[in-house]
Design a protein around this ligand. Structure first.
Ligand code: SME
Length: 165
């Protein structure tokens, strides 16, 4: 019987994200550099979550989103607020779960292989910090459990940033 395994051998997708959250907490413990922690989160997720072709950050520089630490192919460097999936997440403050990137108006194709995408907006209080973006070459790759898991991982990173401040 053919089936997708999106839980990387864990008993469930939430169990996989619980483990990743614990690993991220350990990785960030005592480390105040948000850049270093962002780089390690991208590497942790990219090499742990099945079927990704891109995972990483865009940071808000006060006017637009600028590429941050990531894993995957080279990506567009600057994205205006409101543009593409990333700019939409940043402008609306709403996580974006896109089953078919070709059906998303204004989607920005960095890696032509990408078919589905999740973008989590990153806020410290009401201040926009940036977005976390994951892409998959598989259509409809990301479930609500994936979006929730990514949000939990982003919160660990945000908590590490605020405890360093
Ligand atoms: N697809 C994104 C652009 C970033 S890349 O996927 C890394 C978007 O539409 O905003």
């Amino acid at each position: 019987m053919f089936s997708f395994d999106h839980s990387a051998g864990f008993e469930s997708v939430p169990a996989m994200y619980d483990t990743l959250v614990s690993q991220a907490r350990s990785l960030f413990e005592g480390e105040p550099s948000h850049i270093a922690n962002a780089a390690n989160l991208a590497a942790l997720v990219y090499h742990s979550v099945p079927d990704l072709n891109w995972a990483g950050f865009y940071f808000f520089d006060g006017s637009e989103l600028v590429l941050g630490p990531f894993q995957g192919k080279i990506a567009c460097v600057r994205i205006a607020l409101g543009k593409g999936v990333c700019g939409t997440a940043a402008a609306t403050g709403q996580a974006q779960r896109v089953p078919d990137v070709f059906a998303f108006p204004g989607h920005i194709a960095c890696d032509a292989a990408s078919r589905s995408e999740v973008v989590i907006p990153l806020f410290s209080g009401d201040k926009l910090i940036g977005v976390w973006d994951v892409d998959s070459p598989k259509p409809n790759r990301f479930t609500v459990e994936d979006k929730d898991g990514m949000q939990a991982l982003c919160q660990v990173w945000l908590d590490a940033c605020s405890s360093a401040a």
